[in-house]
Design a protein around this ligand. Structure first.
Ligand SMILES: Nc1nc2c(ncn2[C@@H]2O[C@H](COP(=O)(O)OP(=O)(O)OP(=O)(O)O)[C@@H](O)[C@H]2O)c(=O)[nH]1
Ligand SMILES: [Mg+2]
Length: 364
């Protein structure tokens, strides 16, 4: 699954720190000055799913393999980026390539870390970044219009396309992101335009390490704003997440988190939220060697899901022996489910559900 998330925000808000925690690499250079990151860094992050452990212990699997999503650490965006300010167009180009946006907002006070606008104000920061995306989109829609009009005149294109583009332009010019035009425009057509402000977004509030339980006043404001815009929001401390990761011993790490009052690292929650934002669901394969989670787009049919494991599996698909996660655990695995009549034999048109445990029968 080539789906990826771009980490976007103003300079110096903690994007690279978060990226490093997410990908557990210290590859991206961190520094307390704006524009430290110029080339985007890419890395994978595990989507931690507690169901996998339960499946592995039911089947006695030796290993667990989580789904992964790719994160791209993009350099800070500044006011005027759409006009080329601060390496603007280059950054916007990187955002164009991602499927969803993780918008990091600084919600921590720290006089040692400079803020490009001198004040910590996540709502206005969010607006600055979003306005740049909207302006870049206005530009790209306007550039398309003359060609489209020509193509319609010569009968090469349908007039409906122009109506869609004009509707989107109206939305953008009123200061709204293209994604808010979804009610009046076909989502597929919108997607094809690859507009920056049409990508799904989740806000991540980077709060003080003392505010990781419950957030703070600033993250509360962001949460309200996100709700009003129909977007998701979560909070964490990028710095604290880095500290958590520096503890190698799993038990020690859990104790550390428990002392703070956290059940799991904030990045694990954030990654799961991004996974859902990408409209991905999970099916499992379970065997003695490994219990594994596989990401698929919602509404994927069984043969295509098999193809995610191996392209030959799609071609040679015979049937999908399917049980639900709950049944698998409750009836003690595959044979238990079979005896209890909890195993279904699904054909290639079956729409795979989140949590399905599947054993594909294929022609090899
Ligand atoms: N106090 C505090 N400082 C943080 C936190 N997260 C990041 N920082 C500091 O903020 C500075 C900038 O962090 P980076 O992760 O490099 O920021 P960035 O958003 O990637 O910046 P650019 O790449 O320049 O756009 C560094 O000095 C970090 O140590 C945090 O949660 N709390
Ligand atoms: Mg950075």
């Amino acid at each position: 699954m080539g789906l990826n998330c771009g980490i976007v925000g103003l300079p110096n808000v903690g994007k690279s720190t978060l990226f490093n925690a997410l990908t557990k690499t210290m590859a991206a250079e961190m520094a307390n000055y704006p524009f430290c990151t110029i080339e985007p860094n890419k890395g994978m992050s595990a989507v931690r799913d507690s169901r996998l452990k339960a499946l592995a212990s039911t089947a006695g699997s030796q290993n667990v393999v989580f789904s992964q999503v790719e994160f791209v650490d993009i350099a800070g965006l500044v006011r005027g980026a759409s006009g080329g300010e601060g390496l603007g167009n280059k950054f916007l180009g990187h955002i164009r390539e991602v499927d969803a946006i993780m918008h990091v907002l600084r919600c921590f006070e720290d006089s040692d870390v400079s803020h490009v606008h001198q004040v910590v104000d996540p709502i206005s920061d969010a607006e600055v970044v979003e306005m740049e995306l909207i302006m870049a989109d206005i530009d790209s829609v306007k550039r398309r219009l003359p060609n489209l009009e020509k193509a319609i005149k010569s009968g090469k294109e349908d007039k409906g396309k122009l109506v869609v583009l004009e509707e989107i332009l109206k939305t953008l010019e009123s200061g709204q992101p293209a994604r808010s035009a979804i009610g009046s425009v076909d989502p597929e057509e919108l997607k094809q335009l690859q507009l920056l402000s049409s990508k799904p977004v989740m806000y991540v509030c980077n709060v003080e390490d003392t505010n990781v339980v419950g957030g703070n006043a600033l993250s509360a404001l962001v949460s309200k704003m996100a709700e009003a815009r129909g977007s998701k929001c979560c909070y964490l401390s990028a710095k604290l997440e880095t500290d958590v990761l520096s503890i190698d011993d799993e038990e020690e790490r859990r104790t550390f988190l428990a002392e703070i009052g956290m059940e799991e690292p904030g990045i694990d929650v954030a990654v799961r939220n991004m996974y859902a934002l990408l409209d991905l669901i999970t099916f499992f394969t379970v065997g003695p060697k490994e219990a594994r989670a596989w990401p698929i787009k919602r509404n994927t049919k069984a043969d295509k899901a098999a193809g995610v494991i191996h392209t030959d599996f799609e071609k040679g698909f015979i049937k999908a022996e399917t049980t639900s996660f709950q049944d698998y655990v409750q009836y003690g695995g595959e044979s238990g489910c079979r005896e209890a009549g909890k195993m279904r034999f699904e054909g290639r048109d079956y729409v795979v559900q989140d949590g399905d445990v599947i054993h594909f029968r294929v022609n090899k």
